[in-house]
Design a binder for this molecule. Structure first.
Ligand code: ADP
Ligand code: ASP
Ligand code: MG
Length: 453
């Protein structure tokens, strides 16, 4: 029977929420408990994407076999708990064969579009299995291929969705599904104009959920993960981190952009555009509640959270010639623009410029930013110094530029650290420091102790 669902909810389940049969069953209970959930977006089962990324980087035959065996074990541990395993095992076997075939090509002729095709199999498998779990629980569930709707550019590994096309395709292909059944689809994957599979960067399933919520005007997007909401910092680093019950889009978006892994950096952009609240909770412990992200919150605090982003690179460029600073900066930024380098943060002095570059996020784990051609072009104009393995620690708050005492609070917490770069002022709401990677956790712990405990 077709019903119209004006108030429908998109529910996204991350890797640990679909890690095995018991996790899938818990997630199915969440879906079935709320009639409004009509669209389910899934990540690959925990660990699967990492295995697929390794395969896509090109492994020798016996290493390939090992990884594929591990993948098969993860899938079959779920299949063996189903009441009717044969319904689904053929399809999973077919996808595992595909993986083996693509992994062989990746070893001889690696390429980024092939990587995305290979890596997409994690979400394809988890969504097929979850559809069957829901059906066995009596639900009318339909599997849906997200690539029909999530149209992107061809930046394999970190593709950009084309929002207008997503909206158009979702209306044509997905709306009729959610009116008939609970649609189960894949996060993270999309397709480009040529019909090739693309991926939205690591952790991209959150982004898929909010893109589809935007496209179909959902009433809410629920992100079910392994923590009961968004905390004042990563609770894995700081035991005393506190759950934030309500947070604004812009605060949570800053947290995500500066490395709070609980949300993919772009997740809140579609939600903000259409003013769709986003709930974050734990699929293991729904009773614990969670965080509601919405347009405004009451009494936004001076300090909201601390985020950390690892694997950062510092590039320091020193002018070789006697020339005015404006000419030197213009030259440097022209080179960076020609090489499409996205500068994350920067500071300058009279004849030097320091740039922080972020290489996290892409599905292909490699850093393609500092290419030989970029370094050759820069070296002909300046002396180049590169420092890798740094971490960016960011204090996120409200109107920090107008408050007194912010620097005292922040820097007293960093007194024992070798700070490599400080950025404050361009934004009203955050202050970032670049530190050696190995000291990031202790800096976060100390800052959190002083500012939040
Ligand atoms: P999923 O697989 O469900 O998408 P992720 O591992 O991507 O889950 O994100 C959840 C993890 O994000 C948590 O286990 C936690 O360690 C980390 N995290 C980082 N910063 C925060 C934060 N501020 N609040 C909550 N979790 C955070
Ligand atoms: N499976 C993908 C990853 O591990 C996407 C996601 O989990 O959101 O990055
Ligand atoms: Mg995630």
């Amino acid at each position: 029977m077709t019903r119209i669902y004006p108030q429908f909810v998109v529910a996204k389940f991350g890797g640990t929420s679909v890690a095995d049969f018991d996790a899938m069953n818990r997630s199915a209970t969440i879906v079935l408990a709320d009639d409004h959930v009509r669209l389910v977006v899934l990540s690959a089962s925990a660990g699967v994407t990492n295995l697929l990324v390794e395969l896509s980087e090109g492994l020798e035959s016996c290493d390939r076999m090992d990884k594929i065996d591990t993948l098969r074990t993860i899938q079959y541990n779920i299949i063996s708990r189903l009441q009717r395993p044969s319904v689904i095992s053929k399809e999973i076997d077919h996808l595992l064969e595909n993986i083996a075939h693509l992994a062989e090509i990746a070893y001889s002729t690696p390429c980024s579009s092939l990587s995305d095709e290979l890596v997409s199999h994690g979400e394809l498998m988890s969504s097929l299995l979850f559809t069957e779990v829901l059906r066995e629980r009596g639900a009318e569930a339909q599997w849906f291929d997200a690539r029909k709707v999530i149209r992107t550019n061809s930046d394999y590994g970190c593709a950009e969705p084309i929002v207008s096309q997503v909206a158009e395709q979702a209306e044509i292909h997905l709306r009729p599904r959610i009116e008939q059944a609970i649609a189960i689809t894949q996060g993270f994957i999309g397709s480009d104009d040529a019909g090739h599979t693309t991926t939205l960067g690591r952790g991209g399933s959150d982004y898929t959920a909010s893109l589809l919520g935007e496209a179909l005007q959902a009433a809410r997007v629920d992100i079910w993960t392994d923590v009961a909401g968004i905390y004042t910092t990563d609770p894995r680093i700081v035991n005393q981190a506190q759950r934030i019950d309500h947070i604004s889009f812009s605060e949570a978006s800053d947290m995500a952009a500066f490395g709070a892994k609980v949300l993919h950096p772009a997740t809140l952009l579609p939600a903000m555009r259409k003013n769709i609240p986003v709930f974050v909770g734990s699929s293991k412990n729904t009773a614990a509640g969670g965080t509601l992200v919405r347009r405004e919150t009451e009494n936004p605090p001076r300090y909201r959270a601390i985020a950390v982003r690892r694997k950062q690179t510092l590039l320091r460029l020193h002018s070789l010639h006697e020339q005015p600073a404006y000419a030197f900066f213009a030259e440097m930024f022209a080179i960076l623009a020609n090489h499409e380098v996205a500068v994350d943060l920067l500071t300058t002095s009279e004849n030097s410029v320091a740039l922080a570059l972020d290489s996290t996020g892409s599905t292909s784990g490699e850093d393609h930013t500092l290419t030989t051609s970029l370094l050759t072009a820069l070296s002909s104009h300046c002396r180049v110094e590169i420092e890798t393995g740094l971490a960016l620690v960011t204090l996120i708050g409200n109107q920090l530029h107008q408050e007194t005492g912010v620097c005292r609070d922040a820097f007293s917490g960093l007194a024992d650290h070798a700070v490599r770069m400080i950025c404050h002022g361009a934004s009203d709401n955050h202050l970032s420091v670049l530190l050696p990677g190995e000291s990031a956790d202790s800096a976060v712990i100390e800052l959190h102790r002083r500012l939040f405990e």
